[in-house]
Design a protein around this ligand. Structure first.
Ligand SMILES: Cc1cc2nc3c(=O)[nH]c(=O)nc-3n(C[C@H](O)[C@H](O)[C@H](O)COP(=O)(O)OP(=O)(O)OC[C@H]3O[C@@H](n4cnc5c(N)ncnc54)[C@H](O)[C@@H]3O)c2cc1C
Length: 459
């Protein structure tokens, strides 16, 4: 027998639960489906657990630096990995339980645990139940990509998801992939006490950032004892006893690295292959992402796609913003669009990299006259007081309109300080809205008006 709903939400990522509750509260009888962990990637295997682990790693790092601050700790600093994982699991459980209870206790929402698959544009099967609704929202997220490296099928390897079960200290962790996820794990495990080698096929780490950013982050991580092997070619994995070997070069020596564990962190792919999208008439692009318009409608009328699965963002905040856009358009008669969103994100190394809008390379490519202001973190009082002076801040401004085009803050508390820039960009105001504002002393954000005071034509 077909069960009829007003709306079906597939997946409980960062858009689905909020949308389900909003639609149900507006009177729509809503079913929300989850095949695995309620709350999705961010809650269970992404942002929350990694930032919790990073906090443990930072505690170890600060303890080791105790003497720099006049703090004497007699004896070596040890890390209890079982306790580190238990703390992570406790914090994850709070969020997971919170979302679960929220969905279970909201009138008009039915939480169904199982894998959803389209049978037609209006029907979704979950095991032996057939659900039907005139409106269906896909929030199925993504999963780690397992690269087709030679030997990958012959070795035991970890992905970012597998790392969540680690409650021991790998002797030597090899991280394949020097991008956001890989670098966060690399620094975290180095600080826990592992030897860490990062293997990257490209010429430099975090290659979508400006070269100066890549170089500064690499130097920062090398300073903590992480080894990088860039331009790695002819990658091949093989099992060596309980460890793993990786060939990193066709010719150059050393051609080979041996580690106790390998983490494959080469990107993510969308969960679209097992959704029955062809039966619903929902089109995907060549990389499997669902094609959507500016209001997140798919090619099939009555079906929307939100979050990582639509390829328009890869972050919790972009997925949540997708929910806000869809809810505003459907329920509030308030036209909101994806293209109104400013690209913002952070890489949570310590210190973090925070980004808004265009990079310097992108500004140069746009060929528009621009101004650039820059300052090293050594000049920031907060950074000096904390003895954490690595990094720099750069803001790029359109020479004509005086509006901010982009900002890169690499340094202590950059992930918080950048929000004064993001808000002015979103308000469509010129940079003078910041440079004429009094900021609190002594903070990182207080120096952003000074950075803007140093604007010069971008050569
Ligand atoms: C290690 C790591 C660290 C990260 N750190 C950050 C960070 O610091 N900041 C940040 O902004 N982002 C971070 N991200 C990215 C962030 O987790 C995602 O962008 C975010 O979770 C949004 O995902 P989503 O809403 O698209 O869906 P997801 O959170 O991926 O959830 C999708 C859900 O749908 C379920 N599902 C899939 N298919 C089906 C089906 N057919 N039927 C039923 N259920 C289904 C899945 O089981 C999953 O629970 C991180 C990611 C990783 C991997």
């Amino acid at each position: 027998m077909t069960e009829r709903f007003d709306t079906i939400v597939i997946g409980t990522g960062q858009a689905g639960p909020s949308l389900a509750v909003r639609l149900a509260t507006a009177g729509r009888k809503t079913a929300i489906l989850e095949r695995k962990l309620i709350g999705g990637t961010c809650v269970n295997t992404g942002c929350i657990p990694t930032k919790t682990l990073i906090a443990s790693a930072r505690a170890a790092h600060v303890a080791r630096r105790g003497r720099d601050f006049g703090v004497v700790i007699d004896g070596p600093i040890g890390v209890d990995m079982a306790r580190v994982k238990a703390r992570k699991d406790e914090i994850v459980a709070q969020s997971n339980t919170g979302v679960t209870n929220w969905l279970k206790n909201t009138p008009n929402v039915t939480l169904i645990e199982g894998h959803g698959r389209f049978e037609s544009p209006r029907t979704v099967r979950v095991d032996d139940r057939l659900l039907e609704a005139p409106e269906i929202f896909i929030n199925t997220g993504g999963r780690p990509t397992v690269p087709k490296l030679e030997g990958v099928g012959d070795v035991s390897f970890l992905t970012s998801t597998g790392m969540m079960s680690v409650d021991f200290l790998p002797e030597h962790l090899i991280v394949v992939g020097a991008s956001y996820v890989g670098l966060e794990f690399a620094q975290m495990y180095r600080r826990f006490g592992s030897r860490v080698t990062v293997v990257e096929m490209g010429q430099r780490i975090v290659a979508r950032e400006d070269e100066e950013v890549s170089a500064a982050i690499q130097a920062m991580l090398e300073g903590e004892g992480i080894t990088f092997r860039l331009k790695a070619e002819c990658l091949k994995l093989d099992q060596r006893g309980s460890g793993v070997g990786i060939r990193v070069a066709c010719e150059d020596e050393p051609r080979d690295i041996e580690g106790s564990h390998v983490l494959l962190a080469v990107g993510r792919e969308p969960n679209t292959h097992d959704l029955g999208l062809d039966r619903a008439g929902v089109k995907t692009n060549t990389r499997g992402y669902i094609e959507v318009d500016d209001e997140l409608r798919t090619s099939a009328p009555g079906i929307w796609a939100l979050g990582d699965v639509n390829g328009r963002g890869a972050f919790t905040h972009t997925s949540y913003n997708d929910y806000e856009i869809v809810a505003a358009n459907l329920l509030d008669n308030d036209r909101r669009r994806v293209s109104d969103r400013i690209p913002v994100y952070a890489l949570f190394t310590d210190p973090p990299l925070a980004r808004a809008g265009l990079t310097e390379r992108e500004v140069r490519e746009s060929k528009r006259p621009a101004l650039s202001g820059k300052m090293m973190m050594t000049r920031v009082g907060r950074a000096r007081e904390r003895s954490e002076t690595q990094g720099f801040m750069q803001v790029l401004v359109d020479a004509g309109t005086k509006k901010i085009l982009g900002a890169t803050l690499l340094g202590i508390e950059a992930d918080e300080a950048i929000h004064c820039i993001i808000d002015v960009m979103a308000a469509g105001q010129p940079y003078t809205a910041i440079s004429r504002t009094v900021h609190i002393h002594p903070t990182v954000a207080e120096l952003i008006p000074t950075v803007l005071g140093s604007l010069k034509p971008l050569q």
